[in-house]
Write a protein that binds this ligand. Structure first.
Ligand code: SAM
Length: 272
């Protein structure tokens, strides 16, 4: 895929492009929206300071950087992404440029593997998850977070009918376009079962959502996504006028909306 902002992905390819200008905005906004939730989950794991961690689909690298900061002085984080330019330089982070569907996990074993908003985009998600589990140390944690995109019409709570209609049309176009590229909008609900099938135990889950006002990160993400994917979205039932209406609304503090619920599951590799 090229680094232009409006190029449509081919079937089976990642829908977005973190190397593009809007892709940079997207992964930064994802960090702003979700890091508080992810860090709260990770803090509960009480990892040792010398832990080895693997962040799959690391995006802006904010979680990799947080883990690396926790792991001083001996811990280490490997951050894998097909676009590593957004991952910050850090003495305890190794950035690996790789397609996770073909990536060889090698012989290193990790105390923690984290993957946020990656598996929902992979057509081989169960297989990659099972391979990731083999890269965990006994007692190691797998933490997987993805949006549940199955309820799109209930996300907006304050707006005119025109804005609500544009928002709904945009959401449906986004999910339809993403699904045509292999994304699964309902995968988040299956994470615990996939973890159990892959041999993990002690599985726990949490759900995060928040109401955002126009101008805040959760709303700016929708506007950014609408720009990054415009060419693809227009073929999936939303009009250019509706995208314009959406973008204006997402900066209006009188308009409020939820994002998709974020489902996070934690599983532990048994010690024997
Ligand atoms: C939606 S972003 C999420 C980024 C980050 N994990 C977060 O939650 O903020 C998905 C990331 O996964 C990466 N990605 C998607 N498909 C991939 C693949 N097959 N192999 C490696 N990285 C991939 C993208 O480049 C992108 O940085």
């Amino acid at each position: 895929m090229t680094s232009t902002d409006t190029t449509a992905a081919a079937a089976g390819e990642y829908t977005f492009d973190s190397a593009s200008t809007e892709g940079a905005t997207q992964v930064r906004l994802l960090a702003d929206i979700l890091d508080g939730h992810s860090i709260a989950v990770l803090e509960q794991l009480d990892l040792a300071p010398d832990s080895t961690c693997l962040d799959l689909g690391a995006g802006a690298g904010s979680i990799a950087a947080w883990l690396a900061d926790q792991g001083a002085p001996q811990g280490h984080v490997t951050a894998v992404d097909q676009t590593t330019v957004r991952i910050p330089a850090h003495e305890r982070i190794t950035a690996v440029d790789a397609d996770i569907t073909t990536h060889k996990f090698g012989t290193e074993r990790f105390d923690l593997i984290h993957a946020r908003l990656l598996f929902m985009h992979l057509t081989e998600r169960e297989q990659v998850l099972a391979r990731a589990v083999t890269a965990l140390k006994p007692g190691g944690f797998l933490v997987v977070s993805d949006w549940d995109c199955t309820h799109l019409d209930e996300m907006i709570v304050a707006a005119s009918d025109e804005v609500a209609d544009a928002f709904t049309a945009f959401q449906h176009a986004l999910i339809s376009f993403g699904t045509s590229n292999g994304m699964d909008p309902a995968w988040a609900r299956r994470i615990p079962a996939a973890m159990a099938d892959a041999g993990l135990r002690g599985i726990t889950t949490s759900v995060f959502n928040k109401l955002w006002a126009g101008g805040e990160a959760g709303m700016l993400l929708h506007a950014s996504n609408s720009r990054q994917l415009e060419a693809g979205l227009l073929g999936h039932g939303v009009t250019r006028e509706q995208l314009d209406t959406l973008r204006t609304a997402m900066t209006n503090p009188q308009v409020w909306a939820y994002h998709w619920p974020m489902y996070t599951a934690v599983g532990v590799r048994p010690t024997h």
